[in-house]
Design a protein around this ligand. Structure first.
Ligand SMILES: [Zn+2]
Length: 67
């Protein structure tokens, strides 16, 4: 029970595109403005983690006939 519900919702900036996003339950993808931006951000994370994980060893997807 929170009666201090904002009549003017707090705005946050979408981390991906910087668009103002109202911080409300309706903003399903907050702090992102859309699912697309969320996926883009997650993709960036995954990409970064992938790079970090594979920094020490080279993935050999092609040219490896060790089967
Ligand atoms: Zn966005």
């Amino acid at each position: 029970m929170n009666d201090t519900v904002a009549k003017t919702p707090r705005l946050v900036s979408c981390p991906t595109c910087g668009k103002p996003v109202p911080w409300t339950p309706e903003s399903r993808w907050r702090p992102f403005c859309s699912e697309r931006c969320k996926l883009i951000d997650l993709g960036a994370w995954a990409d970064e983690r992938y790079r970090l994980a594979s920094a020490g060893e080279r993935p050999s997807e092609s040219g490896d006939e060790s089967q």
